[in-house]
Write a protein that binds this ligand. Structure first.
Ligand SMILES: Nc1ncnc2c1ncn2[C@@H]1O[C@H](COP(=O)(O)OP(=O)(O)OP(=O)(O)O)[C@@H](O)[C@H]1O
Ligand SMILES: [Mg+2]
Length: 435
C-alpha cells in the first residue's frame, strides 16, 4: 500500500514537471515566432531603406563615388558617367586617382588634414581627366565609417565647376547689360524730354514772325499780290499753322508727362457748351460733303476746363474727318449724363480701326492706318494728349470701332464736385511750377 502510494506520488510529480516544461516550451515557441516576425519586418525595412539610398544615389544630378581605404572605387552613380561624358564608363574596381591629374592629387592630399579634423572637406577645386580630356570640378569629400566607427573608405560628391561658373558669369553679364541698358534708356529719355522742351520753345520764337508776315502779305496790307505769290504765301502760312499746332502738342504732352498741365475751371452749361463745340468745328466741314451734327439734348450745369474739353473735341473731330469718305462721311458729336458722370462722344462712319490697333492708338506717336485717306500724315500725338487731359479731369477715354463701319470715341468725366476736387488739388499743386 505504501509502495503504491509512493509510486503514485512520483508519477504525479513527473506529470507536474512535464506540464511546466510544456508551458515553458510554448512560451519559447511564442518568443521565437515573435522574433521571426520582427526579423522579417527589419529585413523589409532594410531592403526599403537600401532601395531609397540606391534611388537617391542614382538620381542625384551630382556625381557620387564611394571608394575604399586603398582608393579603389566600390561604386558610383550615373552622375559620374555624365560628368565624364560617356554612358559606358565604369570606374568600379579601379583606383580613383587614375582619374585625377597629378596637381589634383596633390590638392586632394592637402585637404586630408581638414578631412581628418571635420570628417568632411568641401569645395576642393581640381581637374579630373579622362582620355586626355580635362574636366574642372568641385569636390566635397567625406569619410565613411562602419557600425563600429571605423573608416572603411570615402565618398566624393563631384559638381561640374565650369557649368556653375558659366551660369554665374552669364547671369552677372546679363544683369550688368540690363543695368547699362536701363541707365542708357533713362539718360536718353531725359535728353529727349529736354530736347523736345528746348526745341519746341526755340522753334516757337521764329515761327511767330513768319506766320504773322505771311498773313500780312496774304491780306495784301503791303500791296497787291499775284496768284502765284498768293499760292506760295498760303502754303507758307498753312505750314506755319501746322508747325505751331505740332509745337503746342509737344509742349502739352510734355506738361502732361511732368504733371504740369494747368487747368482753368469755369461754370459750364452742357447744352450750350456742345453748341459752341459744334459751331467752332463747323469751319472744317465747309468745303466738304461731310455731314456734321450735334445730338445733345441733356442740360446740366457743371464745372470744368472749357478750353481743354474743346481741345479734346477738336482732336477727335479732326481724326474722324481724316478717316471718313468726302462724299458720304457722317460725324456726330453728343453728350449725356447720369447722376455722377457726363459722357461725350464723337462718332464717325469712317474706315474704322483694326482690333489689334485699338489699345495702341493712345500711345504717343502711334499711327494705325498709315497714309489712308490722309492728305498729310498726323504725328500720332492727338489721342495721347486727349487721354492725358481726360485723366487729369479724373475721367476716362475709350474707343469702339469696326473696320469698314466706323469709330466712336467716348470720354467720360465726373461732375461730382468731390471727385473732381481730389484731382484738382493735385493739379493746382503743380500749377505754380508751370513754365
Ligand atoms: N476716327 C478714327 N478712325 C480711324 N482711325 C483713327 C481714328 N482716330 C484715330 N485713328 C487712328 O489712331 C491713330 C492715332 O491718332 P492720333 O490722333 O493720336 O494721331 P494722329 O491723328 O495720327 O496725329 P495728330 O493727332 O498728332 O495729328 C491715327 O493715326 C489713326 O491711325
Ligand atoms: Mg489726331
Amino acid at each position: 500500500m505504501y509502495t503504491h502510494s509512493v509510486n503514485s506520488e512520483k508519477r504525479q510529480d513527473n506529470l507536474h514537471e512535464l506540464e511546466k516544461e510544456n508551458v515553458e516550451l510554448k512560451k519559447s515557441n511564442e518568443i521565437l515566432s515573435q522574433s521571426n516576425k520582427f526579423l522579417k519586418q527589419t529585413q523589409k525595412l532594410l531592403l526599403e531603406s537600401e532601395e531609397k539610398f540606391r534611388n537617391i544615389f542614382n538620381l542625384s544630378p551630382e556625381g557620387i563615388i564611394i571608394f575604399d581605404n586603398n582608393n579603389q572605387v566600390l561604386m558610383h552613380n550615373d552622375g559620374v558617367r555624365e560628368i565624364f561624358g560617356g554612358e559606358k564608363i565604369n570606374l568600379k574596381g579601379r583606383s580613383w586617382f587614375e582619374f585625377c591629374t597629378e596637381d589634383s592629387i596633390k590638392v586632394i592630399k592637402k585637404s586630408k588634414k581638414e578631412l581628418e579634423k571635420y570628417g568632411i572637406s568641401k569645395n576642393v577645386e581640381v581637374n579630373l581627366k579622362i582620355e586626355n580630356h580635362l574636366i574642372p570640378v568641385k569636390l566635397d569629400i567625406g569619410i565613411m565609417t562602419d557600425n563600429s566607427g571605423q573608416p572603411f573608405g570615402k565618398m566624393v560628391i563631384i559638381s561640374k565647376k565650369s557649368e556653375d561658373k558659366q551660369i554665374e558669369f552669364i547671369q552677372r553679364a546679363y544683369e550688368q547689360l540690363l543695368k547699362e541698358k536701363v541707365e542708357g534708356l533713362e539718360r536718353t529719355d531725359k535728353l529727349k524730354d529736354e530736347f523736345i522742351s528746348m526745341a519746341s520753345h526755340e522753334l516757337k520764337t521764329p515761327l511767330f514772325p513768319i506766320k504773322f508776315q505771311s498773313k500780312t502779305l496774304l491780306d495784301e496790307t503791303y500791296g497787291q499780290i499775284n496768284e502765284e505769290q498768293k499760292n506760295s504765301l498760303e502754303e507758307i502760312y498753312g505750314n506755319c499753322k501746322k508747325m505751331e499746332s505740332l509745337i503746342s502738342d509737344l509742349l502739352d504732352l510734355q506738361k502732361i508727362n511732368l504733371g504740369r498741365l494747368s487747368l482753368d475751371f469755369q461754370e459750364i452749361e452742357l447744352k450750350k457748351f456742345m453748341t459752341d463745340v459744334y459751331n467752332e468745328n463747323k469751319i472744317f466741314f465747309d468745303d466738304k460733303g461731310i455731314e456734321f451734327s450735334n445730338g445733345t439734348s441733356d442740360s446740366l450745369n457743371f464745372k470744368s476746363d472749357t478750353n481743354r474739353l474743346k481741345q479734346v473735341f477738336k482732336n477727335l473731330i479732326l481724326n474722324s474727318l481724316d478717316f471718313v469718305s468726302n462724299d458720304s462721311g457722317k460725324i456726330q458729336i453728343s453728350a449725356s449724363h447720369n447722376e455722377n458722370e457726363i459722357t461725350f462722344l464723337v462718332k464717325d462712319n469712317g474706315i474704322g480701326i483694326k482690333k489689334e490697333d485699338i489699345d495702341k492708338i493712345f500711345e504717343k506717336f502711334y499711327k494705325a492706318n498709315f497714309s489712308q485717306n490722309r492728305e498729310f500724315g498726323g504725328s500720332g500725338l492727338g489721342l495721347a494728349i486727349c487721354q492725358g487731359i481726360i485723366d487729369i479731369l479724373g475721367g476716362k477715354i475709350w474707343v469702339e470701332s469696326s473696320v469698314g463701319i466706323g469709330t466712336t470715341v467716348y470720354f467720360q468725366i465726373p461732375f461730382n464736385i468731390t471727385n473732381q476736387n481730389r484731382r484738382l488739388r493735385r493739379v493746382r499743386q503743380n500749377e505754380n511750377s508751370d513754365y
